[in-house]
Design a protein around this ligand. Structure first.
Ligand SMILES: *Cc1c(COP(=O)(O)O)cnc(C)c1O
Length: 371
């Protein structure tokens, strides 16, 4: 049996008629940038989250960078980011001229460790970017309390957490602003690059929209120098079509996670831990195993694709060599680095496929134990 890591085509096939129709109607109108479809999606996504403003952007990385820029974060400032994330989270800090400061993550939850976040605060710290990594909300009560006490802004990285909930509240609604990515493989994905920022602050919303559209406040009226990072009309129409299904797809991912849990809970591996107050949306289903390299090969030989998110915590990638970090600086991230393994996860996975992945994985773990 073949089990791909993701299967974007399976999802497309399930909504093909609607998608084809919406793309065709845009081609016929040939209105490709902005317009009512983009407005509709921004409004719908804001409503979906219960936020006042949503502004589309070219991708999730731009969304985060624009947020930081709109918050006037720049030279001389520090922004705390978790050691475990996609590089976009820290990249944007450097891009606006500030300095990324890494904090360790919580064991088995993979999200920002509030205690280490607090330890990394200096007089220069302006913001913190909690990442709801893999689809599990970060520990927002502790993070918000620490940030408030130190007058630090919270910008949420929701690229992997569309529709996730923390204590009954959606991720993306806690901080001053949040960034979403609609990269094709994300839980809500476009058919190309796309992203969005959300906020309840009208002044911040106005500024973010202005930055993403050449600093314009009206046609050819440039208040400041901005940039070009807009959500295009075709992507907005795809997202609009898909948003209706997000709840269903989230439930299907969660159901698949339950099947994984049931099969794997007695095996010699660490399955995702979810605090009872959190709703994980399983952008990724990440386990921890010993002998990972051998297991990956054995799964691959059995037709099962896996991946690693991410092979190196950010402080240890080449781009951050200049910070001279040692493994001891981030003991939790360093310990998990060699053990994390992402199993296939998407709404359309069948029960047979999950059974097969679990059986093969458990056998492989047993086999490598006895060597
Ligand atoms: C995907 C991702 C981003 C960046 O989104 P793009 O749309 O690819 O620019 C940022 N942060 C995290 C955690 C991501 O997974």
């Amino acid at each position: 049996m073949n089990v791909p890591f993701v299967d974007l085509n399976a999802q497309y096939e399930s909504i093909k008629d609607e998608i084809d129709h919406s793309i065709k109607s845009i081609l016929e109108k040939s209105h490709f940038i902005g317009g009512p479809i983009v407005d509709d999606f921004e409004k719908s996504f804001a409503e979906f989250l219960g936020m006042n403003y949503c502004i589309g952007s070219g991708n999730g990385t731009d969304a985060m960078e624009i947020i930081l820029q709109a918050l006037n974060i720049g030279e001389g400032d520090e922004v705390i980011v978790p050691a475990c994330s996609w590089i976009a989270t820290s990249e944007v800090v450097t891009k606006v001229g500030a300095r990324p400061v890494f904090a360790d993550v919580l064991p088995d939850l993979y999200t920002l460790d509030p205690k280490d976040f607090e330890k990394k605060i200096t007089s220069r710290t302006r913001a913190v970017i909690p990442v709801h990594l893999y689809g599990l909300p970060a520990e927002m009560d502790d993070i918000m309390a620490i940030a408030d006490a130190h007058n630090i802004m919270v910008v949420e990285d929701c690229a992997q957490a569309h529709n996730a909930m923390y204590k009954g509240r959606k991720t993306g609604t806690f901080g001053i602003a949040a960034a979403f990515s609609f990269y094709p493989g994300k839980n809500l994905g476009a058919y190309g690059d796309a992203g969005a920022m959300v906020t309840n602050d009208p002044e911040l919303a106005r500024k973010m929209r202005m930055i993403g559209n050449h600093g314009q406040i009206g046609k050819h009226n440039h208040l400041i120098e901005g940039r070009n990072s807009r959500l295009d009309t075709i992507q907005a129409s795809i997202l609009m079509t898909k948003l209706v299904y997000l709840q269903k797809w989230t439930a299907e991912r969660q159901q698949n996670a339950i099947l994984y849990h049931q099969h794997l809970q007695n095996g010699d591996l660490q399955i995702p831990r979810v605090p009872e107050y959190s709703q994980h949306v399983y952008h990724l289903y990440v386990v921890q195993v010993h002998q990972r390299a051998k297991i990956i090969v054995q799964l691959s030989e059995a037709g099962i694709q896996t991946s690693i998110h991410y092979p190196r915590p950010l402080p240890f990638v080449k781009a951050y060599q200049y910070l001279n970090h040692k493994y001891e600086d981030f003991p939790v991230a360093a310990r998990q680095m060699k053990r994390i393994l992402s199993l296939p996860m998407y709404a359309e996975l069948s029960e047979e496929q999950i059974d097969y992945v679990c059986d093969t994985l458990l056998k492989s773990i047993e086999l490598n134990k006895s060597i």
